[in-house]
Design a protein around this ligand. Structure first.
Ligand code: HEM
Ligand code: HEM
Length: 181
């Protein structure tokens, strides 16, 4: 199995980054919505103790992913599909990168402006600020919903290929030789 992608399959590095990113994003969406729905600052700070480091990790992983595609690897050729489907898939993939980077930027922006980092990690969570007092909270909330919509479109497309078109597309993004050739 190749480290780099071939014309009909993603390579090991791209596959590991893809599924690790998917996992981290699910944790971020879950922990983010849970934190924002909480009244109790102590409980909210406990969740943000997970949300923040995972948010920074997805930022670093996404920068590494962009570098990997830019300098080291080339994406497989698109599978057989109509022109609008090919463009829709490209658009969703690019928007994923844009939204992840914007979420990380607005998240870091909230931390810088509110000074909440030391409060969250320093043991005085009862003084946690209201993040809505800071401008980046609005794009962070909008970005979260765009992310959920992109995920629904992306998973919907993957299921469509798997269960309706039955073209084996999912195996391009999985380990091993299945679907090759
Ligand atoms: C938030 C989570 C996810 C994100 C951000 C994401 C993002 C991406 C991106 C950007 C690509 C293009 C390849 C690349 O740039 O590395 C891709 C490809 C792919 N994703 Fe996801 N993905 C996520 C979750 C999922 C899930 C849950 C599934 C399956 C149910 C899935 C199935 C696929 C498949 C099959 C491809 C390959 C498409 C092709 O052959 O061209 N993804 N994904
Ligand atoms: C791709 C990365 C990220 C995703 C997907 C994400 C997701 C979310 C979601 C879904 C929410 C709830 C939004 C709402 O209810 O309107 C949220 C809130 C929040 N996120 Fe993130 N986040 C990310 C990165 C970050 C980073 C890097 C930081 C800080 C360094 C951060 C800090 C926060 C804070 C402080 C809140 C507000 C909680 C509140 O209002 O009580 N996030 N995030």
């Amino acid at each position: 199995m190749a480290v780099k992608s071939t014309t009909d399959k993603y390579g090991t590095v791209a596959i590991i980054i893809h599924w690790l990113s998917a996992l981290l994003i699910l944790v971020l969406i879950g922990s983010g919505f849970r934190a924002s729905g909480m009244e109790d600052p102590v409980a909210k700070a406990a969740i943000l103790q997970v949300h923040l480091p995972v948010g920074i990790s997805i930022l670093l992983l996404t920068l590494a992913r962009i570098g990997w595609w830019f300098w080291a690897d080339k994406k497989p050729a698109p599978v057989d599909m109509t022109l609008w489907q090919e463009w829709a898939s490209r658009l969703v993939h690019v928007l994923f990168y844009v939204v992840i980077l914007s979420m990380a930027a607005s998240g870091i922006g909230m931390m810088v402006l509110s000074g909440a980092g030391p409060i969250i990690f320093g043991g005085s969570p009862e003084t946690l600020p209201d993040f809505w007092d800071f401008l980046p909270r609005t794009p962070h909330g909008i970005g979260a919903r765009v992310m959920v919509a992109l995920l629904a479109a992306h998973v919907g497309a993957a299921f469509y290929h798997h269960f309706i078109k039955k073209d084996g597309l999912i195996w391009r993004m999985w380990f091993g030789r299945k679907g090759e050739g």
